[in-house]
Each structure stands twice: as C-alpha cells, then as structure tokens.
Design a binder for this molecule. Structure first.
Ligand code: PLP
Length: 336
C-alpha cells in the first residue's frame, strides 16, 4: 500500500497526539489506557470524519466538483465536518438530515452540530426517520447536477473505500508513533457506526502485519450486521489500497452491547463515561459515539475482559460539539 497514490487534501498536522490517561487508569485499577486524539484534527473542532474527508475531498477536487453533498442524523458530526471542509475549499455544501430520533427537544433540533452546519453555510433539507438516506443523497446530487452544479456525493459517515483510506493512514500513523515511543499496543478500542473507521484501521493493521486487534463498540446496529458491514468495507478498502490476501473475518470484532435503546439514545453508562473523562482527564467525549465507546471500554475493564496489565489505545473519534445537543440530559444529571 502506498497512500500517496491517492488524491488528498491535507487538513491537519499529523500525527494527532497519543496521550496517556493516568487518572482514568488509576480510577479503574488498570489497564494502561492511552488515547489517540483524533478529536484534534483541527477543522470544525475536529473528529474522525476529517481523515476520511482528506481523501474524499481530494477525489472530489480531482473530479472537478464544486459542491459536496452528504447526509446524516440531525446531530451528525460527519455533516458538520463536511460542511466545514466545503467552506475551507471554497465549495458549496448541501446536506440531508434524517429525523432519526423522535424528539421535540430544541437543544437536539437546533444546537450543537446543527447550529454549526448552518454557521458553515450548508444548505439543509430534512427527511423523516427511516428514509434510505444514501439513496436520497444521490437523488439530491442528481437534482443539483440538472441545475448546473458539479456535485460530489459522499455516503453517510464518509464510509466508502475512499473515505476508509483515511483510517488506513491512521493505522500507519498510530503504529509509527507507538514504535517511536516504545509502546506495545495490546488492543485498540473505538466507537463504530458507519464502519469506515474500523474498516480502515483493520485493513491498515493487516497491511502492516501489526497484529494489533481492533475492537469496535457499536452505536447502532446489532453485532452480526455491524461486523458484516465492517468486514465488507475492510475488504474493499484493502483491495483499493493494494493490501494483498484479503481481510480474515476473525479480524473484525464488534461489541454492540452498549447501544442502549437505539442510535443517539442516551444511556446511563454513557453519562458516566462522559462525566468521568471530563472530571478525571479534562477530555470531552460525545453522547452518541465516543461516550458509548468509552462506556464499553470501562465496562469490559470492570468485567476483567480487558486485563489490568494490558496497554489499550482508545481512539477518540471526536464529537464533543454534540454535547450541546444533549445539554438538558447532562444538566438533569447534575441536579440529581
Ligand atoms: C462517525 C463517528 C464515529 C463512527 O465512525 P464510523 O467510521 O462511522 O464507524 C465515531 N465517533 C464519532 C464522534 C463520529 O462522529
């Protein structure tokens, strides 16, 4: 694999920091917990979609596009990051937002990511929950093309073989950092949703023969679906990146026990994880992804499924802007 062969826009100075979380480790009685700060990818307050957008925007510009089209839930971090990237590149941005969660909460419907989408100047259309959003985005792109624009349609979460290259690159970056520091990584843990992050990481680890397991903590789909989605995309991105030999099914591991009532529905373990990281480490997680991912990591440590002597890297995928969309939920916890 040789990522320089793919068109790319650089949006942040790599590597993102790899830091220890000593207070959290002490609080839990081990293991050694490290955090890879992909919440520090600069654009739009950062997050994992920026790595994917380096390759997606690179391809969009190579194709002569002038408009980025994408979709997500109302509080989508991906949409916010896409809107900012478009602004930075002097492109237009058109987004479709799905009412995936039934709520009248003004914080959820107007604050956080939604507010920033508007600030970045994206044009917004809404769709009811349950809409086939990728198909709707393609349709919106066709409409724009008929009107004379040059749209580039990005699937939800930026999760296709082009976007996932960003996390092949992250795997390379992380292992170079660990080797430089003399850090032996026993396991990587992160929140997995539209699958591109885990697919890229798994393919990248295989491409390097790193032998570092990657555990995705699911935020939406049940485990069989999530693992199948990640595996399919890992095979695609491995092939696209020139990684030989395919991706063994066993290399794809997801734990979907921490979703709670559904995508974007707050859980008590998420509240605890977000609050612990804020108060022990001064780190901001998010309610939909990294908060549930960290809740999973904490629970697996407490159950002894992740050993006290391991060295674990939690990939922080960003999303803290979403906290403002859930402010009433957290404030209710402060009062209690
Ligand atoms: C999108 C997102 C994820 C999940 O990444 P996928 O590549 O969609 O699986 C995790 N955390 C945050 C904060 C995200 O915005």
């Amino acid at each position: 694999m040789h990522l320089a062969r793919f068109p790319r826009q650089r949006f942040f100075p790599a590597p993102t920091p790899l830091e220890q979380l000593p207070n959290l480790s002490r609080h839990l009685g081990g293991p050694e917990i490290w955090i890879k700060r992909d919440d520090c990818t600069v654009v739009a307050s950062g997050g994992n979609k920026i790595r994917k957008l380096e390759f997606l925007a690179g391809e969009a510009l190579a194709q002569g596009a002038d408009t980025l089209v994408t979709q997500g839930a109302v509080q989508s971090n991906h949409v916010r990051q896409t809107a900012a990237v478009a602004a930075r590149l002097g492109m237009k941005c058109h987004v479709l937002l799905e009412h995936r969660i039934e709520t009248n909460d003004p914080a959820y419907l107007t604050s956080g990511n939604l507010f920033l989408d508007r600030l970045f100047g994206a044009s917004i259309e809404y769709r009811p929950g349950g809409t086939d959003m990728n198909a709707a985005a393609v349709e919106a792109g066709e409409k724009l093309r008929a009107g004379g624009a040059k749209p580039y349609v990005i699937p939800g979460g930026g999760s296709n073989r082009v976007g996932a290259l960003g996390y092949v690159g992250c795997a390379q970056e992380l292992m170079a950092q660990a080797d430089e520091m003399g850090l032996v990584i026993d396991r990587v843990v992160h929140a997995t949703g539209s699958a591109g992050t885990q697919a890229g990481l798994v393919a990248g680890m295989i491409g390097m023969n790193a032998n570092v397991p990657v555990l995705g903590i699911g935020v939406r789909a049940p485990r069989p679906t999530q693992e199948a989605n990640v595996h399919r995309l890992a095979e695609e991105v491995a092939d696209y990146a020139g990684i030989k030999g395919g991706v063994p099914r066993a290399a794809v591991m997801a734990n979907c026990d921490y979703v709670g009532a559904g995508y974007g529905q707050p859980t008590e373990p998420m509240r605890e994880a977000v609050t612990l990281l804020a108060r022990l480490e001064g780190v901001l997680l998010d309610p939909v992804y990294s908060g549930k991912g960290m809740a999973g990591l904490i629970d697996l440590i407490r159950r002894g499924e992740i050993g006290a002597r391991e060295r674990v890297v939690f990939l922080h995928t960003g999303g803290s802007v979403g906290l403002f969309g859930y402010q009433p939920f957290f404030e209710a916890g402060f009062a209690a």
